[in-house]
Design a protein around this ligand. Structure first.
Ligand code: NAD
Ligand code: UD2
Length: 309
C-alpha cells in the first residue's frame, strides 16, 4: 500500500515533524493531524504535494475518523507533552492524552486500519527506577495525570489488539532531544533550553545540584526505530523502552554543551523541581532485541548535529 498515506498525529511537533520529513524523503505520502497548540506549520514542508495537514484535535472523534480513513498506518504522537501542564489541568490534558488515543483506536477499528505506533513515556515508572536502569516489567507508578493517561492509553491499545486485531507497537520514550525541540516553555526539554541560552549567552538555571541523571536519546535514532516498527511483519506485544541505557548528569550535559557551543554562560543552582525524578535510565535490552539499533548517537555527536556542526 505504498500510496496510502501514513497518518502522523502530532506531526507538526518536535518528534512528529522529524518523522514526517523522513517518511516523505522515503517516498511515502503523509497525512498530519495536529491542533497546532505546540506544533508549527513552519515545521512542515507544506509545499510537498505528498503531505496533507488537517488542523484540529485528536479529541474530536469525527475528525479523527476522517483522518484515519484511507490511511495505511497511524503514528500517534499527539499529546500535551508537558507533565506540568497535566498537573495544572488534568481534565483538559486528558482530552488530548487519553481520549485522543481512544478516538484513534475506534477510528482504526471503524476503517480497518491495523498498525499503530504509540509514544508512551518513561513517566509510567515514576520513581520506581530507584537509581537503576528500569526494564519494562518494573512496577508502574504513574505519579501525574500525564503518566496515568500514557499508561491507560497503552492498556487500551493492548485491549484493541486482543479484541479487534489492531497491531500496536508501543514505545516508552526516555528523554528525546534534537532539532525542532521547542525551548519556549520553562517545561521544554532541558537540552533545548540550555542550548538556546548558551548560544544567547543568557544565564542557565539548574534545578537541584545537577547530579540528577537522564538517558538522552537522539531524535534521528528514534525516527529510524519508528520506521522499522511501521515495517515489522508482526507488531510485538508490550511496550519497549527507548533509551541508550546511559545515564548523563546535568553537570556532564553542561560540559558537553560548553564543548559544542564554545563557552558556557553563568550557571546558577536553584531548588530542585517538585516531584523531579532523580535518576532516569532505560534498560534497553528489549529494544535491542526487537529493532536494529546501529550505533546510537552519543550525546556529544547529537548536540553537534543539533547546532549544525
Ligand atoms: P511536541 O509538543 O513537540 O509534539 C506534540 C504535538 O501534538 C504538537 O505538535 C501539538 O501541537 C500536538 N497536539 C497537542 N495536543 C493535541 C490535540 N489535542 N490534537 C492534535 N494535536 C495535538 O512534543 P514531542 O516531544 O514531539 O512529543 C511527541 C510525543 O512523544 C508526545 O506524545 C509526548 O508525550 C511523547 N514523549 C516525548 C518525550 C520527549 O522526550 N520529547 C518523552 C516521552 C514521551
Ligand atoms: C521528561 C519529559 C516528560 C516525561 C518525563 C518522563 C520532556 C520535556 N519531558 O521529563 O514528557 O516523559 O521525561 O520521566 O522531554 N532542568 C533544569 N533546568 C531547566 C530545565 C530543566 O535543571 O531549565 C532539569 C529538570 O529539573 C530535570 C532535568 O533537567 O531534572 C530534565 O528535565 P526535562 O524537563 O527536560 O525532562 P524530564 O526528565 O523532567
Amino acid at each position: 500500500m505504498p500510496d496510502l498515506p501514513i497518518l502522523v498525529t502530532g506531526g507538526a511537533g518536535f518528534i512528529g515533524s522529524n518523522l514526517v520529513d523522513s517518511l516523505l524523503a522515503k517516498g511515502h505520502a503523509v497525512r498530519v493531524l495536529d491542533d497546532l497548540s505546540m506544533g508549527k506549520r513552519s515545521n512542515l514542508p507544506l509545499d510537498n504535494p505528498r503531505l496533507q495537514l488537517l488542523v484540529g484535535s485528536v479529541a474530536d472523534a469525527a475528525l479523527v475518523s476522517q483522518a484515519v480513513a484511507g490511511s495505511q498506518a497511524v503514528v500517534h504522537l499527539a499529546a500535551v507533552a508537558s507533565v506540568q501542564a497535566s498537573v495544572d489541568d488534568p481534565v483538559g490534558t486528558h482530552q488530548a492524552n487519553f481520549v485522543g488515543t481512544l478516538n484513534v483506536c475506534e477510528a482504526m477499528r471503524e476503517h480497518g486500519v491495523k498498525r499503530v505506533l504509540f509514544a508512551s513515556s518513561a513517566a509510567v515508572y515514576g520513581n520506581n527506577g530507584d537509581g537503576q536502569a528500569v526494564d519494562e516489567d518494573t512496577p508502574k507508578a504513574p505519579l501525574t495525570p500525564y503518566a496515568v493517561d500514557k499508561l491507560a492509553s497503552e492498556q487500551y491499545l493492548e485491549f484493541y489488539r486482543r479484541q479487534h486485531g489492531l497491531e500496536p507497537a508501543i514505545f516508552r520514550f526516555f528523554n528525546i532531544f534534537g532539532p525542532r525541540q521547542d525551548p519556549s516553555s520553562p517545561y521544554s526539554g532541558v537540552i533545548s533550553i540550555f542550548i538556546q541560552r548558551a548560544q544567547q549567552g543568557l544565564p542557565i538555571t539548574v534545578f537541584g545540584d545537577g547530579e540528577q541523571t537522564r538517558d538522552f536519546f537522539y531524535v534521528g535514532d528514534l525516527i529510524d526505530l519508528l520506521e522499522q516498527a511501521l515495517a515489522l511483519p508482526v507488531a510485538p506485544e508490550g511496550a519497549a523502552n527507548v533509551g541508550l541505557s546511559r545515564a548523563t548528569s546535568l553537570n556532564q550535559l553542561l560540559q558537553h554543551i560548553g564543548d559544542v557551543v564554545g563557552s558556557l554562560p553563568a550557571i546558577t543552582y536553584g531548588p530542585a523541581r517538585d516531584g523531579d525524578i532523580r535518576h532516569s535510565c532505560a534498560n534497553n535490552q528489549r529494544l535491542l532485541g526487537r529493532y536494529r539499533v546501529g550505533e546510537p548517537t552519543p550525546i556529544a555527536v547529537g548536540l553537534a548535529a543539533l547546532l549544525g556542526k
